[in-house]
Design a protein around this ligand. Structure first.
Ligand SMILES: [Ca+2]
Ligand SMILES: [Ca+2]
Length: 299
């Protein structure tokens, strides 16, 4: 729209021999671009859990309810609600209230994934956004921790996730996006050490997380299932790295597909949002700066 307006402007200027205002008002241009980005976010939002009025999503294209099962092996027995006494909703979120994991969470706590994440087997494209508040090195218990996973099965089989590593000091923060396991790892070699796994990850070796401070995480993914998938990780609005050549196919059992929260996590978690597009840098910036969080971009 901006370029079209400019083009029209130049045309008008040429015809009338008059100056055109946009170039004289850089602040106005930035404001227009930011409000265009907010409108684009609004049109692409598919899910938002604020935790301000309880654990169910405030906006969702699919099922709004949160579910809990004792573990992901027992996901089929999940019931609505937060069924882990060590997870509660507290004041002091990045906006309003937030989810607090008091102890390492080994329960399955999740939202239904397929519609909320706008999944499709060919050209799945989207973004996930959320905020964390923890000191990873002091607060997490031993082992890997995945603040979010979007998958029907596991981290290595049709999944988008971020994790904190277990053996690094400080713990590294990583983005992983993988299609079907038998496609990217046909030999069935151990996934976590596989070169095709490690070379794919976006790794932040000195992540900025701190207790008492909210850090914004956005992961975008596009073209999954087309043979040319791409994924990007942003922290506090800044691009950290890009994973390219995500070539394998991705299939889901949509009944099992879930937006998993707080896998082995300890700390605060807030403002989980999903979009049906890979957000641009401008849109990630606009999302990062939204007053009032994603409630202000409900369609
Ligand atoms: Ca909140
Ligand atoms: Ca699959």
């Amino acid at each position: 729209m901006i370029w079209r307006t400019w083009g029209l402007c130049l045309l008008m200027a040429g015809l009338a021999g008059l100056g055109c205002s946009p170039g004289n008002d850089a602040a106005g241009d930035a404001e227009t671009a930011a409000s265009a980005a907010v409108e684009a976010l609004k049109a692409s939002l598919t899910f938002h859990a604020s935790f301000d009025d309880g654990p169910d999503a405030a906006f969702a294209k699919g099922d709004r309810r949160i579910y809990t099962a004792p573990s992901y092996e027992e996901q089929a027995s999940a019931l609505p609600g937060i069924g882990n006494p060590d997870v509660e909703i507290v004041d002091g979120g990045v906006v309003g209230r937030a989810l607090k994991f008091n102890k390492k969470n080994v329960h399955a706590i999740f939202y239904r994934g397929a519609k909320n994440a706008a999944f499709q087997e060919s050209n799945w494209t989207g973004s996930v956004s959320f905020w964390l508040n923890l000191n990873p090195d002091e607060d997490l218990e031993p082992g890997y921790c995945d603040p979010i996973q979007i998958t029907d099965s596991a981290y290595n089989d049709g999944a988008v996730w971020v994790d904190f590593t277990k053996d690094d000091t400080p713990r590294h923060f990583r983005l992983g996006v993988f299609g079907d396991l038998d496609s990217w790892n046909p030999d069935g070699a151990p996934s976590g050490e596989h070169p095709a796994f490690l070379n794919r990850l976006v790794v932040v070796t000195q992540p900025p997380f701190a207790r008492g401070q909210w850090t914004h995480v956005v992961a975008t993914y596009s073209g999954l299932g087309t043979g040319a998938g791409v994924a990007k990780l942003y922290l506090d609005g800044k691009l950290q790295g890009t994973a390219e050549d995500i070539n394998e196919g991705i299939t889901w059992d949509t009944e099992k597909a879930a937006f998993r929260l707080g896998v082995n996590y300890v700390g605060l978690f807030d403002e989980a949002a999903l979009f049906n597009r890979a957000l641009s840098q401008e849109e990630v910036t606009a999302l990062h700066e939204l007053e009032g969080g994603a409630a202000s971009i409900h369609p």
